[in-house]
Design a protein around this ligand. Sequence first.
Ligand code: GNR
Ligand code: NI
Length: 176
Amino acid sequence: MSTLPIILLPDPVLREVSIPVERVDDELRRFADAMLETMYDAPGIGLAAIQVGQPRRILVIDLSKEDEPNAPQVFINPEIVKCSDDVSQYEEGCLSIPDYYADVERPASITATYLDLDGTQREMTADGLLATCLQHEIDHLNGVLFIDHISRLKREMVVKKFRKLAKERAPTRMVG
Ligand code: GNR
Ligand code: NI
């Protein structure tokens, strides 16, 4: 098995709107496995397909603690069908924006429909960290990042910092 490279801010790929999955087949199951491995390796608690460059509506989540067995969850074509009015605030991070964290307020509880790895339609109501993580990942499928939910000043500072980091990483031969 192998991990996939994670795309970083400010790569415009992260702004793409992902396309619904039409067929849940072995190729998709293999890809979901590679996403899980990439997430565990990072490590992170969630990953959307677009973060590894594939604009497909697939996300993976594992909220198990370090001393617990893995509990991978795969959501295909997830859709939020209900949001609570009450909100909760979590300090969020993103594998595409490494080492930056900020508080984000979101609906405390959501109900989502999705397909599982067998292609079966399912519905789940989530609260706590799972609700936050699902919303963070579904945002990715729509080209939205958690920094879009913070103040413009903070967002512009983060984007500027990551633009600079990307330039430093770029394979440009500098003169002098
Ligand atoms: O690893 C992650 N941690 C996290 C913490 C709080 C809220 C959301 C997340 S998701 C993030 C992994 C990631 O970037 N998923 O897209
Ligand atoms: Ni993220």
